[in-house]
Design a protein around this ligand. Structure first.
Ligand SMILES: NC(=O)c1ccc[n+]([C@@H]2O[C@H](COP(=O)([O-])OP(=O)(O)OC[C@H]3O[C@@H](n4cnc5c(N)ncnc54)[C@H](O)[C@@H]3O)[C@@H](O)[C@H]2O)c1
Length: 436
């Protein structure tokens, strides 16, 4: 199959490389000429484990190419749209301008037998508008538009794409279903995770999934707050409820609030859709509001750990990305935490294994350091904001020796109380006892 992937970001690049690895002939198209030039040289513009090797192998074998123009659209059996759908400034609706622009640009070039597939996360009804634009630009109504939302997670994107729990294919057009089935066939030789639904249902499945996961995280975060007050341990509560198959253990890790390129914007966009249709989603509204407040509120934990004030103190923040194994800092909890600490009078030093360059564009007055020990130099407290592997086994004696005082605020619960006690740290975590 010939596949064109419009947008070579986290989703487009991973999906395109994986489709090529299945044996399809794929061109990833991106407007960003610098990005395309880098990709052509074999340089990967994002941090995603295993992606470099996958792209390189498939380019070498001639199945994966990159372009800054739409010329290859003409020979594509399927054109996937994987451009960004960020929150629209001001009202939280999904900004669909990139999607619609991509459709207008490709419309005249499409083969009459092509199928257009939206992989971007788009509100219910967007597929209808894409179909209308195609009709307007081409003067015919023959091109099916399919919703095929993507569920991969950054940091584990290739594994997720190649071993999905399910593949949702939203269309009633039988020929389009057959084209999508053929594209994904290498994945379901052993198991059939394809779900055929209507386009609107597929569009909503994606938002409902993200809103549900965001709710699970927010639920355990609030239970963590309660644990702190009643003297219970949230890790054990999470295990105690997560072993119940009806609940499941995933997404029950308390922390500083969910972030990233999807959950915050997708919960907001779902709320806007629900408002437009006059159906209030009170649970999701609350999840979004509670999570927003939580990120900045994490600064209060640092204040408490420093006996009531951070003014004039130096705080080292370890981890800037919204989760490990990505360089993505979109809506990361670390940024509101850092700005709140600065507002309270602290000076902030930080380190992240992959997110420093992006963070430099968002933060001012922060010292960016070469590693965790450099960040800890002279600090009155360390805050662990992202659970990168390399932060899980820090040399505590070395940290203690370079800090102004031994205080750790572990917002990801990656350390044990007994090791902190042994290393003579004052330690606080989320939803469980610390070392006073
Ligand atoms: N990042 C994730 O983990 C994830 C997971 C599932 C779904 N999604 C959804 O997938 C979509 C893409 O997300 P992303 O994180 O990959 O975005 P991204 O910002 O990393 O990449 C989007 C790319 O599209 C390019 N682009 C924009 N307009 C274009 C056009 N007209 N022609 C060609 N290229 C164009 C941009 O230059 C950019 O490189 C979003 O709707 C997102 O919600 C993201």
């Amino acid at each position: 199959m010939h596949v064109a992937m419009i947008g070579a970001g986290y989703v487009g690049l991973v999906s395109g490389a994986c489709f090529a690895d299945f044996g399809h002939d794929v061109t990833c198209i991106d407007k960003d000429t610098t990005r395309v030039a880098a990709l052509k040289r074999g340089e990967i513009p994002i941090f995603e484990p295993g992606l470099h090797e996958l792209v390189e192998a498939n380019m070498r074998q001639g199945r994966l190419a990159f372009a800054a123009d739409n010329a290859s659209v003409g020979r594509a059996d399927a054109v996937f749209i994987a451009v960004g759908t960020p929150s629209r400034r001001g009202d939280g609706h999904a900004d669909l301008s990139f999607v619609y622009a991509a459709v207008r640009e490709m419309a005249p070039l499409l083969s009459p037998t092509a199928v257009v597939v939206t992989k971007s996360t788009i509100p219910v009804g967007t597929g209808d508008e894409v179909e209308r634009i195609l009709r307007e630009c081409r003067g015919d109504a023959g091109i099916p538009v399919v919703s095929n939302p993507e569920f991969l997670r950054e940091g584990a994107a290739i594994q997720d794409f190649k071993h999905p729990d399910r593949i949702v294919i939203g269309t009633d057009d039988m020929r389009a279903r057959a084209v999508l089935a053929e594209i994904y066939r290498p994945l379901y030789l052993n198991e059939p995770p394809l779900i055929y639904v209507s386009r609107r249902t597929a569009e909503l499945i994606k938002y409902a999934a993200n809103a549900f996961l965001a709710t699970k995280i927010t639920f355990i975060n609030e239970i963590a707050d309660l644990c702190e007050q009643v003297g219970a341990d949230v890790q054990e509560v999470a295990r105690g409820i997560g072993l119940d198959n009806r609940i499941g253990s995933k997404f029950l890790h308390p922390g500083p609030g969910f972030g990233g390129s999807c959950f915050p914007k997708d919960t907001l966009a779902l709320l806007k859709t629900a408002q437009d249709y006059g159906v209030p989603l009170r649970i999701v509204e609350t999840v979004s509001a509670v999570n927003d407040q939580r990120k900045r509120a994490m600064a209060r934990k640092v204040v408490a750990a420093l006996n009531g004030s951070v003014r004039g103190k130096s705080v080292a923040v370890l981890g800037l990305t919204f989760k490990p194994n990505t360089d993505d800092i979109r809506d990361t909890p670390a940024i509101p935490l850092i700005t709140a600490l600065q507002d309270l009078g602290a000076s902030v030093r930080c380190y992240d294994p992959a997110g420093m360059e992006q963070a430099k564009t968002k933060l001012e007055g922060v010292a960016f350091c070469d590693g965790p020990y450099a960040a800890a130099q002279g600090a009155h407290a360390i805050v662990i904001a992202t659970e990168w592997e390399q932060f899980r086994a820090l040399d505590l004696a070395r940290l203690n020796s370079v800090m102004a005082q031994p205080v750790i605020v572990d917002l990801r619960n990656i350390y044990r109380v007994d090791e902190m006690r042994r290393a003579k740290f004052r330690y606080s975590a989320v939803g469980r006892a610390g070392v006073g």
